[in-house]
Design a protein around this ligand. Sequence first.
Ligand code: ADP
Length: 334
Amino acid sequence: MGNTAVKRIGVLTSGGDAPGMNAAIRAVVRTALNKGIDCIGIRRGWSGLINGDFVKLDSGSVGHIINKGGTILYTARCPEFLDRKGRAKAIATCKMLGIDGIVAIGGDGTFRGALALTRQIAESGYKLPVVGVPATIDNDIGCSNYTIGFDTAANTAIECIDKLRDTMQSHERCSVVEVMGRHAGFLALYVGISVGATAVLIPEREVDFDRDIVEKIRSARLAGTTHFMIVVAEGAGSAVEIGKRIHEEIGIDPRVTVLGHIQRGGAPTGRDRETASRMGYEAVNALLADRGNRIIGTKEGSIVDLDMEEALAMVKNLEMYRYEVLEALTPSGT
Ligand code: ADP
């Protein structure tokens, strides 16, 4: 049964930015407009909803953005939204603007905000469905195999590390590279496998310096390797500290590189553009089909939508099998 009540959709990006957010905004706006639904862009995430910071979006306003990193709607973190009063202001803004459906593009925090908002809306008896679209380079959303931005960030890191590898190989050096991932090692492990890292440190696996670094370097050395690449997820430790310890304990002087925010930028890959386009399209369809309060996800390549509450209770564990693959492909000698 269609929900003919939806006449105007508000779309926002919130939390950490991810390449492909623009493609998702474009997909939401174009899908909505082509179905005769108005679109309002809410700027700076949840804070824009509180402050009435918005822009009317037409088809042209999302032209030439599918290939751009960042987000034309800006993104922000909004402590005020943690509070009922802040969310009450956001609901008032929606009423004032005549918004009767929201698409929130972001990560776990953005969706927790969305859930808090939907609960408060339900208490007030008002009808305002919210649909979340997962966009984070960490790929750590439980209900979705894939999140927008991961592929671009991984490829950026891989390209940077390939460049480092050339110089490390020439000088027969050790490189320690820190990639993003405060709580999740999906990016670090994917990148580590792809660059042929000597070792990868991830938050999901307690770091044992002797086992995970000393032994790995020793073994690779015995197999004839003269350069070593250690990839560290930021949540597994500081690359600078690990570099120092390698110097102190092994006697080699590593070069440390923290890739940082460079991983968040750049033109989104085809995978991110295409996934964002499908997710944005399905987010609008969910609103129009009266399936509000949902989170969009991917499952075996297809787009699905799940109840927001259930989706947020889901946990995605890193497959330790991938760690085994990494280890199986590292040169080792005795
Ligand atoms: P991400 O979406 O990338 O995980 P954050 O964790 O920074 O980003 O969350 C984005 C915003 O979502 C926060 O600044 C806050 O406004 C809102 N938010 C996060 N958690 C909650 C919560 N439990 N209740 C209400 N709002 C929240």
